[in-house]
Design a binder for this molecule. Structure first.
Ligand code: PMP
Length: 457
């Protein structure tokens, strides 16, 4: 009888991977992670890695929180499933909605639940369209996002995203006449500011560009603007000074709704419960996911303010029902785990911890600015990035075929450190529970990876 396949071989033969070079997978077998322990994960050979990306920016309480496991187990034994269609609900979803409204960065009226960041943003788009139909402005359907943005991979979420790899050969942004998804420049001061242009001037220029886009399209056709407080997958882009203040002044002038995509920033990452607070954003709609359950179960949420809610509710009254929702919207197990996650943040004073540790984290990152191949270092709270450059003085990136970012991430992995290469920007987003000693360990590993990278390049 043939030997049973090991996990790696079985996986390569059967599993269609997310975000992976599928053609190369047989030659580059996957890393098989078998367990988690605090901020570390362990592979099938017993090797431990410091997970400095919290998986995909989500496992804010690390990989072995017992309270979350117990909350999930208890919920599974009590009510493993029920739905929220047709006036049905459950205890956990009502408690979680109440808690989220209490935490919201601006007054919000209702919370809708979904399973992923993509679905939350997709739902936000549908609510924006529905809202404008409801208030008798059916022409207002265009959504403006930013180049390099990441809002997920459903058709609408990926259409809003501004990364080429999410569009090319997927026929996205989805083609409609007129186009419903538009993009303006992203606020990457280091890369795109003119020589000598201050952050404030750069922000003014971007706000003007937004205004010109709205005017060119016709303000009566522009429905909403969507932005991540800190752009994550686009390279951890912290907004330049004045950016959101200036952008929101334009949105208010033309009656355009603001959607904050808090999928990464939500729940403490930037040092406040929401990135909207850190950057003075007043969203009409807010999407969140990831750290809502520390990534332990799939759940996301969309909060809407009273203006949006009352119009949606009135319209659904006319139609007989709000025709949107998922089988798993408000799933009792997911909601119970999310609720427990929010309790842990409170009981363990996670926000205080982030604020205490952020200066050391940011200083540790900024120390890398002295390194010969580091062009820019940026971050806020416990999120940051190091951007590699072939020529610092001239700000010349590495040639794409040198795959500098990927190589750096591979070297870090060999040093037992998981980071994320976004082009040549190396992202770090460690679990919020990381201790000072673990932070030192993180930077020691990062420094060893950088030493090796410098020797190679
Ligand atoms: N928005 C942002 C800002 C994200 O970072 C992500 C995921 N990285 C998403 C939306 C999509 O979330 P999901 O992968 O859960 O669909």
């Amino acid at each position: 009888m043939a030997e049973p396949l090991g996990t790696g071989d079985k996986d390569v033969a059967t599993h269609l991977h997310s975000y992976t070079n599928l053609a190369a997978l047989p030659q580059t077998p996957p890393l098989v992670i078998v367990e988690g322990d605090g901020i570390h994960v362990v592979d099938e050979n017993g090797r431990r890695y410091l997970e400095a990306m919290s998986g995909l920016w989500c496992a804010s309480l690390g990989f072995s929180n017992k309270r979350l496991a117990e909350a999930g187990a208890k919920a599974l034994k009590t009510l493993p499933y029920y739905h929220t269609f047709n006036q049905r609900t459950n205890v956990a979803v009502a408690d979680l909605a109440e808690r989220l409204l209490a935490l919201a960065p601006v007054p919000m009226a209702r919370v809708f639940f979904a399973n992923s960041g993509s679905e939350a943003n997709d739902s936000a788009v549908k609510m924006v369209w529905y809202y404008h139909n409801a208030i008798g402005q059916p022409e207002r359907k265009k959504i403006i996002a930013r180049r390099n943005a990441y809002h997920g991979v459903t058709v609408a979420a990926a259409s809003m995203g501004g990364l080429d790899g999410n569009h090319r050969d997927f026929d996205l942004p989805i083609a409609t006449a007129p186009a419903r998804f538009l993009h303006v420049d992203c606020p990457h001061h280091y890369r795109y500011a003119e020589p000598g242009e201050t952050e404030q001037d750069f922000s003014s220029r971007l706000a003007q560009q937004l205004e010109q886009t709205i005017l060119a399209e016709g303000p009566h056709t522009v429905a909403a603007f969507i932005a991540e407080p800190v752009m994550g997958a686009g390279g951890v882009l912290v907004p330049p000074a004045g950016y959101f203040e200036k952008v929101q002044a334009v949105l208010r002038k033309y009656g355009v709704l603001m959607i904050a995509d808090e999928v990464i920033c939500g729940f403490g990452r930037t040092g406040n419960m929401f990135g909207s607070t850190t950057f003075g954003i007043q969203p009409d709609i807010l999407s969140c996911a990831k750290a809502l359950s520390s990534g332990y179960v799939p759940i996301s949420a969309v909060m809407v303010n009273e203006k949006v809610h009352s119009a949606i509710a009135a319209n659904s009254g006319k139609l007989g029902s709000f025709g949107h929702g998922y089988t798993y919207s408000g799933h009792p197990v997911a909601c119970a785990v999310a609720l427990e996650t929010l309790k842990v943040y409170e009981d363990e004073r996670i926000l205080d911890h982030v604020r205490e540790l952020a200066p050391a984290f940011q200083a540790g990152l900024r120390a890398f600015a002295e390194r010969p191949w580091v062009g820019n270092v940026r971050g806020v709270g416990l999120i940051g990035a190091i951007e590699l450059m072939a020529d610092k003085a001239a700000r010349t990136p590495f040639a794409a075929d040198r795959k500098a970012g990927y190589r750096f991430a591979a070297l870090a992995l060999e040093e037992g450190l998981i980071v994320r290469a976004m082009g040549d920007s190396i992202g770090l987003c460690p679990p919020l529970i990381i201790t000072r000693a673990e932070l030192d360990d993180l930077f020691a590993r990062l420094a060893r990876a950088m030493d090796r990278f410098e020797k190679e390049y």
